[in-house]
Design a protein around this ligand. Structure first.
Ligand code: SF4
Length: 424
């Protein structure tokens, strides 16, 4: 229901590629396609059922594309069973062995990722590109600062932005020799400033879609902060066509974070809950953190595409969160339920979360106007009375303002020019 404003920079236009084709899963990347979310399975790819169950979990959490490692023959055989049952396009991740790329193509994958840092023989790269071309399977040139080709490392004096982009350019030139252009590019690094500079340079150098990521970002919350710092900075500049968080965590967290970031930036329609909550302060009438957590866990798996606010007090809460579709604010042991800032119901404090969940479901089913029209008579007046009572209760004059004002007036009156003398 709520749709945030979009970032100011216009999106940089890239050529478009497509992973998969209807009637199977199919996702366009680049051009005017929505920015997509990717993640990677952590199971052994040979474990077909285990991998598929993770693929489904990732898709449910927001992944549009899922990558699986293809590091051995058993993994390629697993892909042959996984691909036809996957709800989203499957990309095979290839390092060191070009035969694994050929095997993954035989398995029917929708995309390949090649690491030019460890797949270095030109004839092998051309062979893989020719096979991919004949099957219309896109390849990501996945440059990684940590596994940069040693010659480039030496030539550029380290894993510089120029070195990362040059690695992609060399690989792209080999692809072009065999007439293959179905390519997306990534130039990842674990250093956020390096990654940002590398992608900026890549966006000036190539018109191919860019896959954004901060590699080896580590466990949350630091990993999430690093990933967001790099990916969001570039997206806000209009750079990036598909993203992946690389977290040392359940990959479902990567997919969820990717989706949430795109929704927060207004780059994707809201699909799930957006729970906002005030940071709490001395006015709070409830344990905001506890109630927000309870609301989050009660609402998050219900797939309600709305913004819900949990606010610590009725004095400021409904006003501060008036953009939220639905919210609850606490006051005088009651919960004040509001829709778009208008109070619609007042419930006992212990029923706040239950009432919030009930109203959220009705709001999604019936719409905002219908639920505003169904507001309890007298709810607004009751909330206003609670608000006033709280304002008076909290408005104790701890600064003795009345005495001070009197003192100021006497001081000013004692000096006819209106210049106050110092108070003794
Ligand atoms: S809504 Fe109330 S409790 Fe929460 S931060 Fe604002 S003033 Fe403080």
């Amino acid at each position: 229901m709520s749709r945030p404003a979009t970032p100011s920079a216009p999106r940089r236009r890239t050529r478009q590629i497509r992973l998969g084709s209807p009637p199977g899963p199919s996702v366009a990347v680049g051009g005017d396609a929505p920015v997509s979310v990717q993640s990677m399975t952590t199971t052994k790819t040979a474990d077909v059922e285990g991998t598929l169950s993770q693929v489904y979990a990732l898709a449910a959490a927001g992944a549009d594309i899922v990558r699986c490692t293809c590091n051995e023959a058993e993994a390629a055989e697993g892909l042959a069973h996984i691909v036809p049952r996957s709800p989203v396009p499957v990309v095979a991740d290839i390092h060191f062995h070009h035969e694994m790329a050929l095997a993954a193509l035989e398995a029917g994958v929708h995309g390949l990722r090649l690491n030019p840092g460890n797949l270095r023989k030109a004839d092998e790269i051309r062979l893989v590109a020719s096979e991919a071309r004949d099957r219309a399977v896109p390849i990501r040139i996945g440059v990684n600062a940590g596994s940069l080709h040693p010659e480039l490392y030496k030539r550029f004096g380290g894993a510089t932005p120029e070195a990362l982009v040059e690695s992609a350019r060399i690989e792209l030139a080999l692809f072009e020799e065999v007439g293959f252009e179905d390519v997306k590019i990534s130039v990842k690094a674990s250093s956020v400033p390096l990654m940002i500079e590398a992608y900026r340079l890549a966006s000036e150098t190539f018109d191919h879609p860019l896959h954004l990521g901060v590699t080896e970002a580590g466990p949350p919350p630091a990993g999430l902060v690093k990933g967001t710092a790099g990916i969001a900075t570039l997206l806000a500049e209009g750079i990036g066509d598909t993203i992946r968080y690389s977290l040392t965590a359940d990959p479902v967290e990567e997919a969820r974070a990717g989706r949430q970031l795109l929704e927060a930036l207004g780059l994707r329609e809201r699909k799930g809950l957006d729970l906002i909550a005030c940071p709490s302060c001395g006015r709070a009438e409830i344990d905001v953190i506890g109630v927000a957590k309870a609301a989050q866990s009660a609402l998050e798996n219900r797939n309600l595409p709305i913004q819900v606010a949990v606010m610590g007090c009725v004095v400021n809460g409904p006003g501060e969160a008036r953009q939220a579709d639905l919210g609850i604010a606490a006051g005088r042991r009651k919960g004040h339920l509001f829709i778009k800032g208008k109070i619609v119901r007042v419930v006992p404090e212990d029923d706040m979360v239950t009432a919030l969940v009930e109203e959220a479901e009705r709001l999604v089913a019936e719409g905002i106007e219908a639920r505003l029209a169904a507001a309890d008579v007298g709810a607004e007046a009751e909330a206003e009375a609670d608000r006033r009572a709280l304002l008076e209760a909290k408005g104790e004059d701890v600064n003795h303002a009345g005495d001070k004002v009197e003192l100021i007036r006497r001081t000013v009156a004692g000096h006819g020019d209106g210049q106050a003398a110092p108070v003794q």
